[in-house]
Design a protein around this ligand. Structure first.
Ligand SMILES: Nc1ncnc2c1ncn2[C@@H]1O[C@H](COP(=O)(O)OP(=O)(O)OP(=O)(O)O)[C@@H](O)[C@H]1O
Ligand SMILES: Nc1nc2c(c(=O)[nH]1)N=C(CO)CN2
Length: 177
């Protein structure tokens, strides 16, 4: 059993519909879903994104299984990769992964890096993450830091660059996994 923090984003087509597709595709494994945020493109140009964060648990998946799920769900949204960080119907990233005993997964190879190596500098990940795990912590360059502190320092440096919307994503509540 592992629990994953997944970041979802869309800036092409029916953005809210694609985020909802991602939540629905995870079915009863979804434990929590953040608010939906409208965000300026970070590190790229193009249309604004809608972003959110999902917490999901699965008794059978490890971190590589979650990457497989992320890719499966992107394929459901007909995600294409024309250029790096180009507009996309749906992006699903594995931000962090925790084992049943509470320990955090740490891996880095050519296919998968967890925690996600750029999560700590992305307001579009950190703000929604705090909605669903207010006490979340993240390993950054080997240092264990609170996500709230990361958000506070981002706000000091860049100001508020994400906007919480009234849009919502619905999910099936599971009581027994
Ligand atoms: N934690 C992770 N989550 C998702 N993909 C990852 C992760 N670590 C490594 N990858 C690899 O990154 C590859 C490229 O992913 P993708 O094209 O979605 O990048 P991106 O989301 O546009 O950029 P970024 O990784 O900066 O968010 C994937 O094929 C996957 O193998
Ligand atoms: N606002 C925002 N900017 C981005 C996003 C994203 O989801 N939201 N994803 C990126 C590559 O994964 C690059 N830049």
């Amino acid at each position: 059993m592992t629990t994953a923090v997944l970041s979802i984003g869309s800036n092409l087509g029916n953005r809210l519909g694609y985020l909802q597709l991602a939540v629905a595709a995870l079915e009863k494994r979804v434990a929590a879903v953040s608010a939906v945020y409208e965000t300026d493109p970070w590190g790229t140009v193009g249309p604004n994104f809608l972003n959110a964060v999902i917490v999901a648990s699965d008794p059978k998946l490890d971190e590589r299984g979650w990457l497989g799920e992320a890719m499966r769900i992107e394929a459901l949204a007909a995600r294409t990769r024309e250029r790096v960080w180009g507009p996309r119907t749906l992006d699903v990233d594995v931000i962090a992964c925790t084992r049943e005993d509470g320990t955090s997964v740490s891996v880095a190879d050519e296919r998968l890096t967890v925690p996600h190596p750029r999560a700590h500098e992305r307001a579009f990940v950190l703000f929604p993450w705090l909605d669903v795990q207010p006490e979340a912590r993240l390993s950054v360059d080997g240092w264990d830091v609170s996500v709230r502190e990361l958000v506070d320092s981002l706000v000091l440096r860049e100001g508020i660059v994400v906007r919480r919307t009234a849009l919502t994503l619905s999910f099936a509540v599971s009581h027994a996994l």
